[in-house]
Design a binder for this molecule. Structure first.
Ligand SMILES: NC(=O)C1=CN([C@@H]2O[C@H](COP(=O)(O)OP(=O)(O)OC[C@H]3O[C@@H](n4cnc5c(N)ncnc54)[C@H](OP(=O)(O)O)[C@@H]3O)[C@@H](O)[C@H]2O)C=CC1
Ligand SMILES: O=C([O-])CC(=O)C(=O)O
Length: 266
């Protein structure tokens, strides 16, 4: 019996997951349906994969998936997470920035408990949540100070349409530091770009404390995310450099494979 799953958000990352299923990388699963904001996007993904194009979340839930992969937006997570979980359907999330809001994070955890469902935070464009959580646990157990943060280098064009944008970023000869602050401040400044920072903070010292530094690099393509967590005696550095965000879509595929596997890495 295959595990039934659906996808919310038929954009770049949602289609990576859908196509990975079509190409046989999720052989324990059946993709039952997809939904997206526009009919055009959802019809296209559904036609390409042979699943149902769902008008809305309610139609997707009526297909009785066990998992829904979210690859839509922070707003979509806010709108749907509690409903999905209360239906007993587990969520695989990419728009983790939604959880910078501690009250919402608490509501989602309560909904998951009520529905006997789980929220799985995909590694997204980064990784190493296992070692980050372990160090944070050691800090708590040993009453140790912990320093955790994420330093991101992004091509200058990635900052277009954000509050830090300035034309000189394109022509600068050196990198420019465009943001320093907490993960909570980062998601308020870049609502669509720092899911990685919020995810790092949730695995470590929390959105109010975890430090985020962002640099604009002229003429560069992609992102380099360097995550560190340190306590007395242990330091972890996870550095991920990628030319596109495709790794985030594939991280959801890897997560689903892990969930279905008799042997789990984490
Ligand atoms: N955790 C991580 O490391 C990363 C997370 N992300 C996050 O993942 C999400 C998807 O990214 P990506 O695929 O690149 O983005 P895209 O813009 O390519 O795709 C998002 C898709 O979701 C649809 N959508 C948007 N809002 C809603 C909604 N409320 N309900 C249903 N569908 C909706 C869009 O609409 P339409 O139907 O109109 O096409 C679009 O097709 C984003 O939130 C992004 O910030 C991205 C990179 C890394
Ligand atoms: O793709 C990336 O490198 C990071 C990103 O967009 C996010 O965290 O939302």
């Amino acid at each position: 019996m295959k595990i039934r799953f659906g996808i919310v958000g038929c954009g770049f990352l949602g289609n990576i997951v859908a196509n990975a299923w079509k190409d046989g990388f999720l052989e324990d699963y059946e993709l039952v349906g997809v939904t997206s904001r526009s009919q055009e996007s959802r019809d296209k993904t559904a036609a390409e994969t042979g699943c149902r194009s769902c008008r809305d979340l309610a139609e997707l839930l009526s297909l009785e998936p066990e998992y829904i992969v979210e690859a839509a937006s922070v707003e979509a997570v806010r709108d749907m997470a509690c409903t999905v979980l209360e239906h007993g359907v587990s969520l695989v999330l990419l728009s983790i920035g939604a959880f910078a809001d501690a009250a919402f994070y608490g509501q989602v955890r309560d909904a998951a408990r009520r529905g006997c469902a789980k929220v799985h935070l995909a590694n997204g464009a980064i990784g190493g949540f296992d070692v980050l959580q372990t160090i944070t646990l050691m800090a708590q157990a040993g009453k140790l100070d912990e320093t955790a943060g994420i330093e991101t280098h992004t091509g200058a064009r990635g900052f277009r349409n954000t509050p830090v944008w300035a034309e000189h970023l394109l022509t600068d000869t050196e990198k420019t530091t465009v943001f320093t602050g907490s993960a909570k401040e980062a998601i308020a400044t870049f609502p669509r770009r720092v899911n990685v920072a919020v995810a790092t903070s949730l695995a470590t010292t929390g959105p109010d404390i975890t430090q985020v530094t962002m640099h604009s690099v002229p003429g560069w393509t992609g992102d380099d995310h360097c995550i560190t967590a340190e306590i007395d005696g242990v330091k972890a550095t996870v550095d991920i450099c990628s030319s596109t965000s495709a790794i985030a879509g594939w991280s959801a595929v890897a997560l689903l494979r892990n969930l279905a596997s008799p042997v789990c890495f984490y």
